[in-house]
Design a protein. Structure first.
Length: 178
């Protein structure tokens, strides 16, 4: 890959993560009942109860995802801190999915708003791929002027990857995966 492509790769990676976090936050807010139910089940599994705590955790997560997504879109000086925030969030999400899978918790993943498949291995894989995107985003950051055509291609790639991520559970179910 030529050095001239690297800034567009970095942009596509950042825009992908921005899209994933913004879509996730928006869909969680739109399906707040499913999001609260997910948190209620997770908190109950560690013997913490109370609808107020689950609701607060839901809205806090929505806010953190939205702020991270906006910071990723902003770029510039916010790029590295936003990518690090994405790495932290995705590490936590991966750990939660691993714990849920190992403990065989019956927690419906409301990762993109609507309650879908039980939180488990498939979500570990998805989150680890997204974590890899965040790590790669930090590794390939380049600050140079960008051309409109390259920006459009990077944005298009980000839309495709964001869409695949948002509908990941549906895709896995469609092809018969676990």
């Amino acid at each position: 890959m030529e050095d001239t492509a690297m800034p567009y790769v970095a942009l596509a990676l950042r825009l992908t993560l921005a899209g994933v976090f913004l879509v996730s936050a928006l869909m969680k807010a739109r399906s707040i009942g499913d999001t609260v139910a997910m948190w209620t089940a997770l908190l109950k599994s560690v013997r913490l109860t109370g609808g107020g705590l689950a609701r607060a955790a839901s809205w806090t997560l929505i806010g953190v995802e939205a702020v991270t997504g906006v910071a990723l879109l902003a770029g510039g000086a916010l790029s590295t801190p936003a990518l690090v925030a994405a790495m932290v969030l995705l590490s936590i999400f991966s750990a939660l999915a691993m714990v849920a899978a190992r403990a065989k918790l019956n927690v419906a993943c409301a990762c993109f708003g609507r309650a879908a498949a039980p939180l488990g291995r498939r979500h570990v894989w998805r989150n680890l791929v997204l974590l890899g995107i965040a790590v790669a985003g930090v590794a390939v950051q380049v600050d140079v002027p960008l051309e409109a055509g390259g920006i459009a291609v990077a944005a298009g790639a980000a839309v495709v990857i964001t869409s695949l991520t948002a509908f990941y559970d549906d895709i896995v179910d469609l092809v018969g995966g676990a």
